[in-house]
Design a protein around this ligand. Structure first.
Ligand SMILES: Cc1ncc(COP(=O)(O)O)c(C=O)c1O
Length: 426
């Protein structure tokens, strides 16, 4: 059932006194057809598709149709470079330092392969890390630390390396919402190769302290990798200033760029130490020499790439990145957190349990509502044209810059009718 069919004339509660900051961004709604057809509050799963993405995809199809393989040299390699520039711009680095990937899991697999020699305690690798300023000592580093709130693909990369003697330590969350930096720091020891954790946790929306984690890691000779999928595009980030070693993200969510495109950044000073053993011809310095008997890694981010990228996905992603760069991550972030503040306040006024941090500066775009059985509630909302999703124990709501406060009112009004008494604040 679409929103038009549902009973939108239900008496709405009075508008909250939300800040109108950046409300001018609502003019972009016209670029997202989905917003006419539904109340879309699921950007943390998949950002809505803009008309710009469609236009970029149409251009790709036209170029393929008109040029065939000539489009590679005339257009597409340039478009891929432009996409690297787009990604670099949102994290404060040059496009040449970015590696393109098909998804975060693929980017992680390549990065993980570059640590295998560290797990074995290879003296050359340890020496190269020392050259790069990481006091990794001279013993094998077999431990990888992640947290109970992280996306599973992060832990899986190193669980799959158990045959290499890698041990994954999962730091619990004491409150189910955050993981204190000190709790992670307490697990980092001289056997620790890496802390791999999120910038914004995918179920709670809480934000990790990148600078604090980087300091703790480096004091003990460990590396820090950040999965920023739920942060990129709404949390202004300077990866160099934050002091992190590696960053992975993608376009599905807050970059409004659809599936099939992700990216990684590895601190350039570490490139010599971190040689991937999972690779492909796009990582070669002499890609178009087609030499099968030699491999010299390309300089810059390309050393962590694999094979032919999905150009249609990249085209779609460029549409999203055009919007992100036009509006700016600062404004997108402020607007997203303002809407989160409104939603939290409205939900708590109705006695709903909100399982995230109240301080907007420590939160991404996710507002989870705690319930015993989320699925029937999410299904009932969908039947009314309100799209959110669920994870165990929560209805996961994620307003984005294109969300109106009326839509938040409507969501909370419906939730108020659907969430059982036993799931509410007493
Ligand atoms: C924090 C986080 N990491 C990773 C992913 C997914 O990674 P991949 O691109 O491998 O599907 C998601 C969501 O899909 C996510 O929320």
């Amino acid at each position: 059932m679409s929103v038009e069919d549902s009973d939108l004339d239900y008496p709405w509660p009075p508008m909250p006194t939300a800040t109108a900051r950046h409300a001018d961004l609502l003019r972009y709604r016209a670029e997202f057809p989905l917003l006419d057809a539904s109340v879309y509050l699921n950007t943390c799963s998949l950002g809505a598709r803009s008309e710009r993405s469609r236009a970029h995809l149409d251009t790709f199809l036209a170029e393929w149709g008109a040029l065939g393989a000539r489009a590679w040299y005339r257009r597409w390699l340039g478009e891929l470079d432009a996409l690297r520039e787009d990604f670099g711009a949102v994290i404060g680095v040059a496009g040449a330092e970015i590696s393109l990937a098909a998804n975060v899991s693929g980017a992680l697999a390549v990065f993980a392969s570059a640590l295998d020699q560290l797990h074995r305690g290879d003296p050359h690798m340890l020496g190269r890390l020392r050259d790069a300023g990481i006091a990794a000592g001279d013993q094998p580093r077999t431990r990888v630390i992640t947290t109970a709130l992280d996306f599973p693909t992060l832990g899986h990369q190193w669980l799959a390396r158990a045959p290499l003697g890698v041990e994954v330590v999962v730091v619990p969350s004491p409150d189910g919402v955050t993981v204190p930096t000190e709790a992670i720091a307490a697990e980092i020891d001289e056997r620790t190769a890496l802390v791999a954790t999120g910038h914004v946790y995918f179920t709670t929306g809480a934000m990790a302290d990148l600078e604090g984690l980087a300091t703790e890691c480096h004091e003990r000779g460990a590396l820090l990798l950040i999965d920023a999928y739920q942060a990129t595009g709404i949390v202004p980030t300077d990866v160099v200033a934050a002091g992190i070693d590696a960053y992975v993200s993608g376009t599905l969510k807050w970059l409004f760029g659809g599936s099939g495109t992700a990216f990684a950044w590895v601190r350039p000073a570490l490139h010599e130490a971190l040689r991937p053993t999972t690779t492909g011809w796009f990582s070669s310095a002499h890609q178009f020499d087609f030499a099968v008997d030699e491999l010299e890694f390309a300089g810059g981010g390309r050393r962590y790439e694999l094979g032919t990228p999905s150009v249609p996905s990249a085209a779609i992603a460029r549409g999203g990145m055009e919007l992100v760069r036009e509006i700016g991550v600062d404004r997108l972030g402020e607007r997203t957190r303002d809407l989160g503040d409104v939603l939290i306040r409205l939900a708590e006024e109705r006695g709903l349990r909100v399982a995230t941090v109240r301080d907007g500066s420590r939160r991404g775009g996710i507002v989870p509502i705690q319930v015993g059985e989320p699925k029937p509630i999410v299904d009932a909302l969908a039947a009314d044209g309100i799209i959110v999703d669920y994870r165990p124990g929560i209805v996961r709501c994620s307003p984005a810059f294109y969300t109106s406060e009326d839509e938040l009112n409507l969501l909370v009004e419906r939730l108020d009718r659907l969430v059982p008494q036993g799931d509410r604040l007493s």
